[in-house]
Design a protein around this ligand. Sequence first.
Ligand code: AMP
Ligand code: MG
Length: 379
Amino acid sequence: MAMSCDHPDLLPLEVALQRLWDALPAPALPDVRAERDDPATDRAAMDGVALRADEGRAPRRVLGTLFAGDDPSAFKVTPGTAVRIMTGAALPAGADAILPVEQLRATAGFIHPLADPQTGDHVRVRGDQARAGDLLLPAGMPLNAARVGLLAQEGLPLPLRRRIRVGVASTGDELVPHPAPYQIRDSNGPMLAALAHTLGAKVDLRSALPDDPPALANALRNPGDIRILLTSGGVSMGEHDHLPTVLKDLGATILFHRIRLKPGKPMLAALLGDLLVLGLPGNPASAYLNALLFLSQALARLEGRAAPDPWRRARLTASVKNKGDRPLLHPCRLVDGQLEPLPGKGSADLITLARADACAWIDQGGLDAGVKTRWLPLP
Ligand code: AMP
Ligand code: MG
């Protein structure tokens, strides 16, 4: 039967990614305000001596040493004296400059400046970074490691940095450990578990599920302690592709099903209560690439990070055809920073995917040698 290959209803990749993003809750960063002046006292910014600049190069008697964290009230710098001081230590009263160790000579009990200190030299002045109450970060910013550091600095509650738990379950009656010629091993399960681990998830790899609606429903209804379930297979148009119907029957919200990407047309995402189900296509290259795109997006959102942009750009060393109606992700090797397309056999071809370093984005109609295109590293 002749069928049109055009699928105007397929969702573009960026739209599907955005839809997933919008459907998931993110821990929000509150307004971050300075708890106190930063720094809260004048501080040494170098290892050296704290002294009075107006005495120039006159020798100073050393009163003692201040380390970071020491109470500076133990010392008062009076004319003719100085205090040894380490980076981060509070300035003692009476001192107005730090003379670095590199600019002085020490003799028993004294230091002799080799340069003229200037008022304020190597001193971090109280409040020069921020004043108590200043707005340091407005609410709603995505979390990153530096912002977690700032929350800690201001004594604010820290977001939970637990790894998100991801279950991985393949589907398919053909998946067995010791396959007859008409059966196969479950390669997607271990592959997706490895990928989820690399992307920062805590992974629970389960045994493959049969192509049986009650068994699928049972697995979805009792997912255990996971936030995301990655399935592979059973989302296409075959007579045993039960997952979309089972999800709908369970009352799941289908975020999208079928996207404009090759490989990956049958890709599905759904919310079943709090559980995000990423229904990946069964073909291995398809499962891998869609997990890479959609799981990265979901993890970033749930962790409160900015949306990931995994794309890089490079030139193709040879042309790649794409006669299909969808953009193509084509496996390539990276050679001197350029993309060398591999002769691949499509979405079922795990051998070529395993030989590749990258997948290049090939627009509909194909791309010529020398053209710059975006590509994904394959973690
Ligand atoms: P499906 O979408 O379930 O029709 O699967 C598409 C193709 O991917 C079929 O050839 C399946 O045998 C194959 N496939 C499905 N699941 C896996 C798996 N876990 N490991 C390897 N191949 C699979
Ligand atoms: Mg199947």
